[in-house]
Design a protein around this ligand. Sequence first.
Ligand code: NAP
Length: 250
Amino acid sequence: MNSVPLTGKVALVTGASRGIGRACALALADAGATVAVGYGASPQAADEVVGLIRSQGGRAAPLGADLADMAAAGALVERTVAELGGLDIVVNNAGITRDNLAVRISDAEWDLVLAVDLSAAFRICRAALRPMLRQRGGRIINISSVAGVTGNPGQANYSAAKAGLIGLTKALCREVGSRGITVNAVAPGFISTDLTAALGGETLDAAAAAVPLRRLGTAEEVAAAVRFLALAEASYITGHVLHVDGGLAA
Ligand code: NAP
């Protein structure tokens, strides 16, 4: 197999400054892709990811945008094409939580989570499909969550957004399959990142105990699934939700 199978491809990864997105950016770059390293509030972390990719002989550029700002979300695609010369792979990874019991979720907490986790992904897909339809090919990979598959108490906003990403994935797969574009979702379970660190040790221990594999996953394990879905080997997989959760949703 070609050791740099994505040579000549351009990938946009949102939320690539930290956690799962960072691991995805590094994995796609390792496979030869040029990577737009999307970030929101962490420009230094994004610069560090870009530096790491360049130090390994790859091509990357940092692209900042607050994905709560809908105009900025769509513009991210145009900036990727302008700065990196095309767009072949999109990983909609940026995400936030504002956890609370449903009766206590404010309108602002609902709207913000839906905006960043779902609406921004839709706008990025819509903008990315223009060049992908023209070139009759492309890969869209939406990072959903086990919460979007099974629901999670205390996460009505997040679960709704992540379930929405799965619906978006399946609808788009049917719309654009005839043009050689695949659209898939990856649904991670409990993965060790800043997002889950905020839950605290005891909660994480209980979470790990509920996982058939009895541990949290790593960002690299999610990135390996994303990398696979971007490769030619995955050319007949579309509309799929790939669980990377240690069996949590089995
Ligand atoms: P993380 O460590 O908290 O990183 C979140 C990323 O999203 C950061 O790069 C952050 O960039 C970016 N981001 C957040 N708000 C943004 C905004 N308004 N505009 C632009 N970028 C923004 O999270 P993670 O754990 O890696 O999660 C990545 C994805 O996987 C999310 O969609 C999450 O829902 C999903 N997921 C995670 C887990 C898990 O257990 N960790 C499980 C299931 C699904 P800046 O720091 O630059 O703002």
